[in-house]
Design a protein around this ligand. Structure first.
Ligand SMILES: Cc1ncc(COP(=O)(O)O)c(C=O)c1O
Length: 357
């Protein structure tokens, strides 16, 4: 039976790893997924409950009232916005529209793993370029890797897992020198307020990705969007599913955008807690990288403990952070932790103190 299926399943899909669920109890301290520790705005929760009674009907095909709200939020035209089932969905859609089997996608590493995953799913080839020592972009190295088969360059800005931003000037230099599609993933935009979305008119090969998972606290509903010129958006929509975004997400997004005070308050809390947490981690002897996001990227080498051992020991204490030891472009000494509530951060620090003795 297995042999029969092996013959049928595409080879590049057989090469993918199975997904492994990580079971966490209700009382777990969850800092491993870069989530906002606060619930969505109460107005959003009410609107979702109200919309639930209409779930017998399909959503609007293009979700136009949310697109209109996003166009206003970003000062763009509605035709320059596409919404998706999380920005992950849009990453896959972009790759599906632009990359044929055997074609290349440039990835400055370390970076967000979903880009490479999406490329593998379509049988494309990820061409990695190492970031600089401080995780900036090596523009010359990127340009050198461009071939006639290069279709897309993904740049997470700020980057995940390294949390740093590259400058607008660097991005402009890349846009001036590359003809391929350049995707600037601004998933953490609200935490840092840095964007190049205003450049989509000048550079027709530029796509901006955004998410409502982080600053809006809507990771569970799956909602993201992209901003690009009308032609790109038109083709992305042609290849998208008919109903990629569910009705509850459409409503949640629209109301979340209206409750600006709630979002701002959460962002301020996280940015303040981030400073406190970074300071305390440094006092414990860790090296903490500058962060323009809602998480911290931490180097365990000064303490001589591998991140694998550290993350495992924390897990035994029901505290979850993400191990980046030995991930693409990194040695065995890195972990990423979301900035949690003050209580969660204190529990993390207590756990770390016990682990490092
Ligand atoms: C850089 C980056 N892009 C995209 C995403 C995915 O966001 P979403 O929840 O909208 O799919 C993440 C999530 O961690 C991320 O870090």
């Amino acid at each position: 039976m297995k042999d029969k299926l092996d013959r049928l399943i595409n080879e590049h899909i057989q090469a993918l790893n199975p997904k492994q669920p990580l079971h966490k109890g209700e009382d777990a301290i969850r800092l491993d997924k870069g989530e906002l520790p606060y619930p969505p705005s109460p107005d959003v929760v009410k609107a979702i409950a109200a919309a639930a009674v209409t779930l017998n009907r399909y959503p609007e095909v293009l979700g136009d009232s949310l697109r209109t709200a996003l166009a206003t939020y970003n000062n763009t035209k509605v035709e320059e916005i596409i919404i998706g089932n999380g920005s992950d969905d849009l990453i896959e859609l972009i790759v599906k529209v632009f990359v044929k089997p055997g074609e290349e996608v440039l990835l400055p590493i370390p970076t967000f793993f979903v880009y490479d995953f999406a490329v593998k799913v379509v049988g494309g080839v990820s061409v990695v370029v190492k970031r600089t020592e401080d995780f900036g972009l090596d523009v010359e190295a990127i340009v050198e890797k461009v071939t006639p088969r290069t279709k897309v360059l993904f740049i997470a800005n700020p980057n995940n897992p390294t949390a740093n931003l590259v400058t607008r000037e660097t991005l402009i230099e890349i846009l001036d020198r590359l003809d391929c599609l350049v995707v600037v993933d601004e998933c953490y935009y609200e935490f840092c307020q840095k964007t190049v979305a205003d450049l989509i008119e000048k550079y027709p090969n530029l796509i901006i990705l955004r998410s409502l998972s982080k600053s809006f606290g809507l990771a569970g509903i799956r909602l993201g969007y992209a901003i690009a010129n009308e032609t790109i958006i038109d083709y992305l929509y042609r290849a998208a599913q008919l109903f990629p975004v569910n009705k509850l997400a459409l409503v949640a997004g629209e109301i979340a955008l209206k409750d600006k005070a709630y979002i701002l308050d959460n962002i301020q809390k996280i940015n303040q807690e981030k400073i406190n947490l970074a300071k305390e981690l440094e006092q414990l002897g860790f090296m903490v990288y500058p962060s323009a996001t809602n998480f911290l990227f931490v180097n365990t080498k000064p303490l001589g403990i591998t991140s694998q051992n550290l993350v495992r020991s924390l897990r035994d204490k029901n505290i979850f952070v993400a191990d980046f030891g030995c991930k693409q472009g990194l040695d065995g000494y890195y972990f990423r932790t979301a900035v949690g509530t003050p209580r969660e951060n204190q529990l993390l620090l207590t756990g770390l103190k016990q682990v490092i003795g």
